[in-house]
Ligand binder design. Structure first.
Ligand code: ADP
Ligand code: ADP
Length: 228
């Protein structure tokens, strides 16, 4: 039931910088796991390798027991919510959310794509924003659009990179609760990157503490001290 397994993963960038050194961990199916650590410790590098956007220098990544290192990003069944949301500015909210279902091998009929998109827009409470452009939305609303767009392909794994960092403090608290209840309802295995200890403690089933390219502690409990 270990759904994601990362084994002895290492990443050296072209400039020689070793961003990850011999990292191993696993994630159970349906768990929400936080990758916690200070800026620059390798969290985004880790997510990009899980998504297939970056090749590991060495090591292996397994989903459901099978290596995905040679599997193309689009065939990995991953939903990725980027830190800056990366919404398409010229498209409406509905078009943004539908987009993954209008291209490539996941392509559906327009009616079908719209139906699935509307289902996830309802879950993320953005139905009434369907015809707005992202530029007219608040940070919290854009965040919901990014989450809906990541979920329409009904991926097996959801990756979220500091998804709350652009929100004000009050909204951060509200949306992190929503994210937790949403991923539990959908039952999706989730890796959530944050540098905020309190956020990780409040949202994660398990916390993996990164520091300087290595795992400092796997499955940290409620009592630990993070170097400032
Ligand atoms: P985090 O997400 O924890 O802030 P990153 O994974 O973004 O950390 O970066 C880890 C380290 O690798 C940092 O020191 C960063 O400057 C470096 N890094 C990230 N991307 C590149 C790149 N394309 N080339 C060289 N170094 C990089
Ligand atoms: P994050 O905030 O998620 O840690 P960054 O702001 O560090 O991400 O990085 C943003 C982009 O810049 C990424 O595509 C990353 O690969 C690239 N990058 C980060 N650090 C470096 C670096 N030292 N050299 C080259 N590219 C880098």
């Amino acid at each position: 039931e270990q759904f994601v397994q990362v084994k002895n993963l290492r990443k050296v960038y072209d400039n020689g910088h070793e961003a990850l050194k011999d990292v191993s961990f696993s994630v159970k199916k349906g768990d929400l796991v936080c990758l916690l650590g200070p800026s620059g410790c390798g969290k985004t590098t880790m997510l990009n390798m899980l998504a297939g956007l970056l090749d590991p220098t060495s090591g292996d990544i397994l989903f459901n027991g099978k290596s995905v290192v040679k599997v193309a990003p689009k065939d990995r069944q991953i939903g990725y919510v980027f830190q800056n949301y990366a919404l398409y500015p010229h498209m409406t909210v509905l078009q943004n959310v539908m987009f993954p279902l209008t291209v490539g091998k996941n392509k559906r009929s327009k009616a079908e794509a719209e139906k699935v998109a509307k289902k996830y827009m309802e879950i993320t409470q953005i139905t009434e924003l369907a015809n707005q452009k992202p530029g007219n939305l608040s940070g919290g609303q854009q965040q919901r659009v990014a989450i809906a767009r990541a979920l329409v392909q009904e991926p097996q794994i959801l990756l979220m990179d500091e998804p709350l960092s652009n929100l004000d403090a009050r909204l951060r608290l509200k949306i992190r609760e929503e994210i937790r209840s949403l991923v539990k309802r959908v039952g999706i295995t989730t890796l959530f990157v944050t540098h905020d200890q309190e956020e990780a403690l409040s949202i994660g089933d398990k916390i993996i503490l990164f520091n300087n390219g290595v795992i400092q502690q796997d499955d940290v409990g409620q009592n630990f001290y993070l170097e400032p």
